[in-house]
Design a protein around this ligand. Structure first.
Ligand SMILES: C[S@@+](CC[C@H](N)C(=O)[O-])C[C@H]1O[C@@H](n2cnc3c(N)ncnc32)[C@H](O)[C@@H]1O
Length: 216
């Protein structure tokens, strides 16, 4: 299965390798991600176009996912015994952290097939069981908490807030791109500074991850 992902990555970046890495300050949580130190300074126009047309979100752990995993594992977000859904799971980092921290059931939801496949692989690597799904509305049991990290990267994605609140009144968002939460149903409660992993040297402004909790 790892070979299959190497093939997927080769379509974008033939010189890059995937490797399992331990996420810093997250216990032993490991993810299959692009190698640290990959030199992206010589990408061709075609490569850049491919990366932006159909972004392979799964090759990184995004700053917000990393920060949210840290907060879950340090007890700053209580998931113990809860039915949790991770919306926009990417590599599965938040879902895996929630299961490791004692959630009773965890649904990892992503629209992207590669993300779902990689989440399944990463869950296995960390010895946890997740329900990997493509649509929040397919969850038939009551959800106690929805978590979402770095999903508000486009203005139109603010509609996800309604989608999540319709599925569960308790929602926690981590986001490094949104400078001001425009939705008054959410309250800021924490900020952590970190980077994507591996660090793809985003603008420093995107290293400040803000956490918002629904007021309901
Ligand atoms: C920037 S990535 C963040 C991944 C992960 N949460 C993290 O922090 O590392 C955003 C993710 O949201 C997913 N996504 C976008 N629209 C979605 C939708 N309508 N339903 C579920 N997932 C979606 C993308 O496929 C992508 O994996």
């Amino acid at each position: 299965m790892e070979d299959q992902f190497q093939t997927y990555l080769g379509w974008y970046l033939p010189e890059a390798r995937l490797e399992y890495s331990k996420l810093p300050e997250c216990g032993g949580l490991e993810l299959l991600l692009i190698e640290a130190g990959f030199d992206d300074s010589q990408l061709s126009f075609d490569q850049i176009e491919r990366l932006s047309d159909d972004p392979p979100y799964w090759i990184f752990c995004w700053a917000s996912g990393r920060a949210m995993a840290q907060l879950i594992l340090s007890g700053g977000i209580d998931v113990k015994g809860k039915v949790v859904a991770d919306f926009g799971a990417g590599s599965g980092v938040v879902a895996i952290a929630a299961k490791l921290a004692g959630a009773s059931q965890v649904y990892a939801c992503d629209i992207d097939e590669r993300c779902r496949e990689l989440t399944t692989l990463n869950a296995k690597r960390n010895g946890v069981e997740l329900h990997v799904i493509d649509d929040l509305s397919s969850i038939s049991e009551p959800i106690d908490l929805i978590l979402a990290a770095d999903v508000l990267y486009e203005k139109k994605n603010l509609a996800f807030l309604d989608l999540m609140l319709n599925a569960c009144e308790s929602v926690v968002i981590a986001d490094s791109r949104l400078k001001h939460m425009p939705d008054h149903r959410f309250r800021h409660f924490q900020t952590l500074t970190t980077t994507s992993f591996p660090d793809f040297q985003e603008a420093k402004a995107n290293n400040e991850v803000k956490f918002y909790r629904s007021e309901g």
